[in-house]
Write a protein that binds this ligand. Structure first.
Ligand code: HEM
Length: 464
């Protein structure tokens, strides 16, 4: 067996950087089709390998997870943005942050947040009228920002602040799009892109600081936790002195700061991480689901029936949307075809063996949902939208890591249950009243930290 995995030829200056930047999604899939389980890519100063076999993904994310870490790209942008927040931190810092955050994501607490999600969804769509055309991605991103701030930060955010967050996501996203020239220009060079990126971070941090300021001194006041009394069951046994404390993430982190376990900087990193990771992804998953439903009226009809049944019981609850099984299949199928996080990165802490090849310590591994979710090796007719792939029988015929929109292993998404509940509540709220018809061009995609439509997503709203 050859020692170096095969891979595409690149040009002398940028390696495969240009091919990747021109069409990241087509390029990665072509590599998987041509070169197999492990593909060597030349994407910059460090060796990069694309893994395309679910068995290797499982090894990296789960079985041998302790041998890998999140890579440092020698690129300060990500650190500046997310610092030591949960998504990027490592070792003891990560363990401490995850343990601190866990109660805020406990299943019972998430279930109790359904009402807050439903209220935000209701008041958002109350502004829609028959015949309007909206940019759905923007609408959903605004809605999910409001939900995450109320649910996890125990605070409200006004329309002006929501707008500020949205406007500043654009320059942040642009900074993470593949661009081979970036390796030639350090972050401190005041290019327009770098200046806009720095300004966007300052603005986002000032929104976060405003929220923290509004919440100062209330971190022991149970009434700030929107999970309300239903959420209190997660707080510990009777007699626990902390049993009545609010368990929204911001209250938890503020108390940790009071105990000296968090600095103001940790707190801010965590909140920026949660604000970004906790809204953009769910908004994208829903945008793609509505896009696909618009093109598949029969599936839309079935989602509408489930939605009507769920809302018929009154204010939506976790129980009411639990029965939306077909809608869950639609969500899975949407995230298969359009995974909001289209690739993960890892770095081996020591030399490892994958697919029969030696992969050196310090190289970058790309573990791509986009590539595996659309591979003929794991899915029949992979380009076709087929929610019935997600019946338990058909699902059990595929390897576990043929589908991993939320990652896996110890670093799996902490917000998975939150986002699935939120997505179903938003689908139920919208589909019980409206049908959305897509009126844009063929969907084209842009790869940044997450996978975005490359253009607005115009949807005509039709009252049902
Ligand atoms: C459809 C929605 C979502 C998708 C597709 C998604 C996807 C992911 C993926 C793939 C990872 C693993 C990253 C890695 O292994 O490198 C991750 C981690 C994470 N996600 Fe999500 N996510 C979603 C929603 C959310 C929500 C709603 C929140 C917060 C409320 C959230 C917060 C996080 C955090 C903090 C991590 C890092 C966890 C850790 O490393 O311990 N995500 N997410």
């Amino acid at each position: 067996m050859s020692v170096t995995p095969p891979g595409p030829l690149g040009d002398p200056l940028f390696g495969n950087g240009r091919q990747f930047a021109d069409d990241p999604f087509g390029f990665l899939r072509a590599c998987a089709d041509s070169y197999g389980d492990v593909v060597r890519l030349d994407l910059g100063p460090r060796e990069t390998y694309l893994l395309t076999n679910p068995a290797d993904v499982e090894r990296v994310l789960v079985a041998d997870a302790e041998r890998y870490r999140k890579p440092q790209f020698g690129d300060d942008a990500m650190d500046t943005l997310l610092g030591d927040g949960l998504l990027l931190s490592e070792g003891e810092t990560w363990q401490r942050q995850r343990t601190l955050a866990n109660p805020a994501f406990h299943n019972r607490r998430i279930g109790a947040l359904a009402g807050v999600m439903a209220d935000h969804a209701e008041s958002h769509v109350a502004e829609w009228s028959d015949g309007d055309v909206v940019d759905l991605q923007l609408e959903l991103a605004r809605l999910t920002v409001k939900i995450i701030v109320t649910a996890m930060f125990g605070a409200d955010i006004d329309d002006e602040e929501v707008k500020t967050v949205q406007e500043n996501l654009e320059p942040l996203g642009a900074r993470f799009e593949p661009d081979p020239r970036r390796y030639l220009i350090p972050d401190w060079v005041p290019t327009r892109e770098n200046r806009e990126f720095d300004a966007a971070i300052d603005t986002l941090e000032s929104v976060i600081d405003g929220i923290v300021e509004r919440r100062r001194g209330t971190e022991r006041d149970p009434s700030v936790d929107p999970a309300g009394p239903d959420g209190t069951g997660v707080r510990g046994p009777p007699g626990d002195p902390d049993a009545d404390l609010p368990m929204d993430l911001l209250s938890v982190l503020l108390r940790a700061r009071d105990r000296g376990e968090q600095t103001d900087e940790n707190l801010r990193d965590e909140l920026v991480t949660m604000l970004l990771a906790g809204h953009d992804t769910t908004a994208l998953a829903l945008t793609y689901a509505f896009y696909l439903l618009s093109n598949h009226p029969e599936a839309r009809g079935r989602v509408e029936s489930e939605a009507e049944e769920a809302v018929s019981t009154g204010r939506l609850t976790a129980d009411a949307v639990r029965g939306m099984e077909y809608t869950e299949r639609v969500l899975n199928e949407s995230m298969r075809l359009y995974p909001p996080v289209y690739t993960l990165f890892r770095e081996p802490k020591l030399d490892v063996k994958l697919g029969g090849y030696r992969i050196p310590e310090g190289s970058a591994l790309m573990v791509s949902q986009w590539v595996i979710h659309r591979s003929e090796r794991w899915y029949d007719d992979p380009e076709t939208f087929d929610p019935d792939r997600w019946t338990s029988k058909r699902r059990s015929q595929r390897p576990r890591f043929a589908f991993f929109p939320f990652g896996g292993g110890p670093r799996h998404c902490i917000g998975k249950a939150f986002s699935l509940l939120e997505a179903k509540i938003i689908l139920a709220t919208i589909c019980s009243r409206f049908a959305l018809d897509y009126e844009g061009p063929d969907l084209s995609l842009r790869g940044s930290l997450t996978m975005h439509p490359n253009h607005p997503v115009p949807m005509r709203i039709r009252e049902r």
